[in-house]
Ligand binder design. Structure first.
Ligand code: FE2
Ligand code: FE2
Length: 448
């Protein structure tokens, strides 16, 4: 039996699809339509449609001309989306599929179907609106927001991001961090992205210093999260980077102010006790040199330098004749001198610093074997900063001239440190000091 497929006018009606046959030559008129077209446009009967020409139905002149032009050129149109005017004057989104047919009598007409696509269009408009809203939200965020694919190429970003990399949008799509940032920095960003991609674990609130393409250094805080597809597979990453430079500068100004105030105290100590003039400054230089060799960041170096500058500040409270007494001290005098670490600790313990300044100073006379003061701390209980300070303090004191004795010299100082390495002093730091002083026996050389 032959399979036959009939889509007749009434079947089409029940499916809500409009069928039409429209004469374009010799005269213009609807020859046949089903009720669906009338219903779509809000008319009661299909006869009402026949009052119109096809062109009358279009809302937009441009769309009408485009439709007729395409039909004339190609002889057919496929799913042409346009708006028809309904009986109440409102527009209705429809899609027309039609072709031109010429009869044996040379009559010309158009046959085709019209579908109501308003709900589809509504959905499309809603999606577009949501997309606009999202883009709007992204663009109005004062943070850089960016989306990358699984090979870390940029696929979406907001206005703030574009401003940061200082390029027009079309030059950002498809690029990677290597196109915008110095290589070493891009390397770290790339590694972070790969980590998020591989583990699916976010990186939250990472603080970094970033050099932007416009040449400025910024302090930023970055969060990166994985993006998933419908099957739970990681397809890329989303990142948010907030510029905290202003905040960081403010914090830096606050710390600078505190440092200036403490430096005044350090000067007072120096003026009061000229015999140890320059001691604190020199200890600071040595300690910072050692810390540099350990590859510390800017902040930790600042903490180290400051600890050196202020480590003996507590001596302000010790009578000068005890402080500079040549020869042996009585037990009581020694106890008084030892107090300088607690005094300094009390003085600065309540000041908030982004490094452990008060503890470092408190511990600068502690020794690895527990023989130091004030708390007889041992090895790992002593901060690395304090261990550096201890070594720097010994090196400075022993190589410095004192009114009651000549400078003991670098060899004696190194001997003392070497003897105590691993017992009193941190071995690694002693060996760094040896490297540091190797270039010259003249302390002025490595103190400058
Ligand atoms: Fe001291
Ligand atoms: Fe000292």
């Amino acid at each position: 039996m032959k399979n036959t497929f009939y889509l007749n006018l009434s079947t089409a009606d029940s499916l809500g699809i409009a069928l039409f046959k429209y004469s374009i030559f010799p005269d213009e008129r609807f020859i046949i339509t089903n009720s669906a077209l009338a219903l779509m446009l809000g008319y009661n009967a299909k006869s009402e449609i026949k009052r119109f020409t096809f062109a009358d139905l279009f809302v937009s002149q441009t769309e009408k001309e485009e439709f007729l032009g395409t039909l004339k050129r190609n002889g057919n149109v496929h799913f042409f989306e346009t708006r028809f005017r309904k009986s109440d004057g409102k527009p209705l989104w429809v899609a027309i599929t039609a072709s031109v047919i010429t009869s044996r009598e040379r009559d010309k007409y158009v046959e085709g179907i019209i579908e109501d696509i308003s709900s589809h269009k509504e959905m499309e408009e809603k999606l577009a609106l949501e997309k606009d809203m999202l883009q709007n939200l992204l663009d109005n965020m004062p943070d850089a927001i960016y989306f990358k694919d699984d090979t870390n190429h940029i696929i979406k970003f907001n206005r703030f991001y574009a401003k940061g990399v200082n390029l027009p949008p079309d030059q950002i799509f498809g690029k990677t961090d290597f196109d915008f940032f110095p290589a070493a920095q891009a390397e770290v960003m790339f590694e972070d992205d790969n980590k998020v991609l591989a583990t699916g674990e976010p990186i939250v609130g990472k603080i970094e210093r970033t050099k932007l393409p416009n040449g400025t250094w910024n302090q930023v805080i970055t969060t990166k999260i994985p993006m998933y597809d419908g099957n739970g597979k990681v397809t890329g990453t989303m990142g948010i980077t907030r510029d905290m430079t202003a905040y960081a500068n403010l914090e830096r100004e606050r710390v600078d102010m505190l440092i200036s105030a403490l430096m005044v105290l350090a000067k007072v100590l120096e003026m009061r006790d000229p015999y140890t003039f320059g001691h604190a400054r020199n200890v600071a230089v040595i300690a910072e040199r050692i810390a540099e060799k350990l590859g510390w960041d800017e902040n930790r170096l600042l903490g180290m330098r400051l600890a050196g500058q202020l480590h003996d500040l507590g001596k302000i409270s010790i009578p000068l004749d005890i402080l500079n007494k040549p020869g042996k001290l009585s037990e009581l005098e020694y106890q008084l001198i030892k107090e300088h670490v607690n005094k300094c600790y009390d003085l600065i313990k309540d000041i908030k610093f982004p490094f452990s300044l008060a503890e470092t100073i408190l511990q600068h006379h502690e020794r690895l074997d527990g023989s130091g003061y004030p708390n007889n701390l041992r090895s790992d209980q002593i901060l690395l900063e304090a261990r550096i300070l201890a070594v720097s303090d010994v090196l400075e004191s022993m190589t410095a001239y004192r009114p009651y004795r000549e400078a003991l010299g670098i060899d004696r100082a190194l001997e003392e440190l070497q003897d105590g390495a691993g017992k009193k002093y941190d071995e690694r730091i002693v060996s760094l000091v040896r490297d540091l002083t190797f270039s010259s026996p003249n302390r002025e050389f490595w103190l400058n």
